[in-house]
Design a protein around this ligand. Structure first.
Ligand code: ASP
Length: 440
């Protein structure tokens, strides 16, 4: 039988009512056998996500040696969920045990992981399904990367003969034997890992939106939904800030050609967005699939006469960054110029000065300048490689909105056009490009 893996995000797990909606969705399709859950998210505007409450517990632990006060809010959240669900579960003992382990382990990752742990325990109870602790089946290597082979083997043997199972998202076990989390939003990756391990026919990712939208709904009203995206388009858009899905979550499913479908827990009848391998992908008919933007990049601009003939120049610049442990986002270049675009968070404070000194010492540039507070706007779509004029339309829209392009980069596959603008022009630029390309 074909089977589906379903991941439910924080808003789907927010309270008893939303968890009942999740149960209904799972029970409405017998192929939905394996479930991955996030920690309870916000119930209303201004509410606090359980994961954030847990990070506050860790702060208290560091300061006072225990986290009694901060953990009280976590307790309250889970006790009220169990009460609303009206299930027979001794949540008090589970919470007591959790609090003891928090105090003993004193680890940030372990503390943060308990939101997913507790919500999976409750969901397993609600569904009458087996709880499989990700600590026992998801493994990281010494370098912090997922140990795919070991993980897939462990998951597939853990589900052998199991009718229905619930896994907590977001964490696994590090090479040191301790609980380790993915980056924030990482339950999406956990869902993809389980889908790959059980060779699911589809990975359903249930959120609180009916799929990817062509334009940012905070910037334009009623944007169009994207029906189909390729894995590559998704990676570009989610990396650049379209935050429906964690940008790393395609890697486990991509190798096995498992489609991802984004669905809305609160409007399950909506079709959602399918993210597909290129072999199964049919574009929606637009040249551009979507536009997304991300703020806070730092650009180092380097000029040196005859840079193009100096063998190894780019390598020397990149070696400085490698030495400093900084990754490079983009490298636009000219004959005698090159720029490196870096995530500003990675080069805070003295790090940037060290990099500049290193480049000056090792490569003797004529000019070196730094441009901070840069936003990158990515226009993404496979359709651009076979059509003419998209960049002309983009730059015309930007000129009419009086926005200066500080940097331009086109990916080698013509899948994206990336424009650097000042942070404060980010939203204005997205709105102008949306209007030009989608009319919204
Ligand atoms: N609960 C974690 C977070 O808030 C992971 C997730 O929800 O995917 O980032």
């Amino acid at each position: 039988m074909t089977l589906k893996v379903c991941k439910f995000g924080g808003t789907s797990m927010a309270d008893g009512n939303t968890m009942q909606a999740v149960k209904k969705i799972i029970q409405s399709d017998e192929k939905r056998k394996f479930v991955v859950v996030s920690a309870p998210g916000k119930r209303f505007n201004g509410d606090i996500k359980v994961t954030d409450l847990l990070y506050a517990c860790y702060d208290e632990l560091k300061e006072k040696g225990d986290c009694k006060q901060a953990f009280a809010s976590v307790r309250q959240r889970f006790e009220s969920i169990v009460k609303e669900l009206n299930i027979q579960m001794d949540i008090k003992s589970v919470l007591d045990e959790t609090e003891q382990r928090l105090n003993a382990e004193k680890s940030s990752d372990f503390t943060a992981s308990r939101g997913e742990y507790l919500s999976a325990r409750i969901m397993a109870e609600l569904l009458g399904a087996k709880f499989i602790d990700s600590e026992d089946v998801v493994f990281f290597k010494r370098d912090g990367q997922l140990d795919g082979e070991k993980t897939y083997r462990a998951i597939s043997s853990a589900v052998n003969g199991v009718e229905k199972a619930v896994f907590p998202g977001f964490y696994g076990k590090g090479a040191d034997g301790k609980v380790k989390t993915f980056s924030r939003g990482g339950s999406d990756i956990s869902g993809a890992i389980v889908a790959r391990a059980v060779n699911a026919s589809v990975y359903e990712n249930w959120t609180d939106v009916s799929g990817f939208l062509a334009c940012d709904p905070r910037i334009v009203q009623n944007p169009k939904r994207i029906k189909n995206l390729s894995y590559k388009e998704l990676r570009e858009l989610s990396y650049m800030g379209a935050n429906v899905l964690h940008s790393e979550s395609i890697f486990p499913v991509r190798k096995a050609n498992i489609p991802i479908v984004i669905k809305n827990t609160f409007r399950p009848e909506d079709e959602g967005t399918a993210i597909l391998p290129i072999s199964q992908y049919t574009p929606d008919g637009n040249v551009v699939t979507g536009i997304a933007g991300k703020k806070n990049f730092t650009v180092i601009l380097i000029e040196k006469n005859h840079m193009n003939t100096e063998i190894g120049y780019v390598r020397k610049v990149l070696s400085v960054l490698e030495r400093e442990g900084v990754s490079v986002e983009h490298i636009p270049s000219g004959i005698d110029t090159m720029s490196v675009v870096l995530d500003s968070e990675e080069v805070q404070g003295y790090k940037l000065e060290q990099i500049i000194e290193g480049i000056k010492n090792d490569t003797e540039p004529d000019v070196i300048r730094v441009m901070e507070n840069v936003a990158l706007i990515a226009t993404v779509g496979h359709g651009m490689s076979s059509s003419i004029g998209t960049s002309a339309r983009l730059f015309k829209a930007m000129a009419e909105a009086n926005i200066n392009a500080k940097m331009i980069d086109q990916g080698s596959s013509e899948l994206n056009i990336i424009v650097g603008v000042r942070n404060e022009d980010c939203e204005k630029c997205i709105a102008a490009c949306d209007l030009e390309l989608f009319g919204c």
